[in-house]
Write a protein that binds this ligand. Sequence first.
Ligand SMILES: [Zn+2]
Ligand SMILES: [Zn+2]
Length: 303
Amino acid sequence: MQFEVTILGCSGAIPAYDRHPTSHFLNYNGHGFLIDCGEGTQMQMAKHNIRRAKLDHVFISHLHGDHFFGLMGLISSFNLNYREAPLHIYGNEGIEEIVRAHFKHAQTVLRYPIEFHVVHPDKAAIIFENSFLTVESIPLAHRIPTTGFLFREKEGLRKILPEKIQQYQIPVGEIAKIKGGEDFIDGNGNRILNTELTLPPSKPKSYAFCSDTCYHEPILDQIKDVTVLYHEATFATEHAFRAKETFHSTTIEAATIAQKANVGTLIIGHYSARYDNLEILKEECQTVFPNTLLAIEGTVYPI
Ligand SMILES: [Zn+2]
Ligand SMILES: [Zn+2]
């Protein structure tokens, strides 16, 4: 089972030190989800061996350019590659207008449909669901309407114990039902309880993406106990005044959110261009939340 995120861009608004604007690629068992699409995202995908063709769902957190300037390039490349499958784009009001205006003035009719899903910036809601995942919007607090995204794995099937299959001579045709929670009736009509035959499924995992945002405690309930939290930490404590002015977070603020929400791992990113060496950002976070990692481009983080 694969549930992992690849960081494609970890920079704040101005790219610096070979860091690119925000983009994350989430892989769930071969199904791809792109979160934000900053300038250069498709080049970063190529560099880090992520196949464009695998992608059907793009989530855009907000309409500051460092989170979507790569979208036109990606949409155009799909078109030049004869894509036919629909592309789903989730984002705040305005993204559809921007994309449609661009292609109108480029006099380009796309070969494939784009389906836009408008996200309500003030209300948490399930905005995507399939048989194995749900995606919830997370209302954040930034200068313009901004939404984080929470990917939650659904509860899996129970695990059948191989020795019980042998002991009770369970036919292959019954196994799926037992994994689904049913009891087994043997050839003599005896009922064998499901709890004797199986173990509970693994705890579902989750990934929360929170960028851009100032320190915002209302998200705590929603992201409580997530496996991995990505939270922006644009500034070190020394520049807390800039964080306030620009509606971004400091290291200590990101770490405090992680600690209060009792998450498993914190990944920080969206680094200001003023930091060449990022260690200071990590070290500050670790004073509050020890299990903090830096988002580094090209690195794959298991969820
Ligand atoms: Zn940004
Ligand atoms: Zn922003």
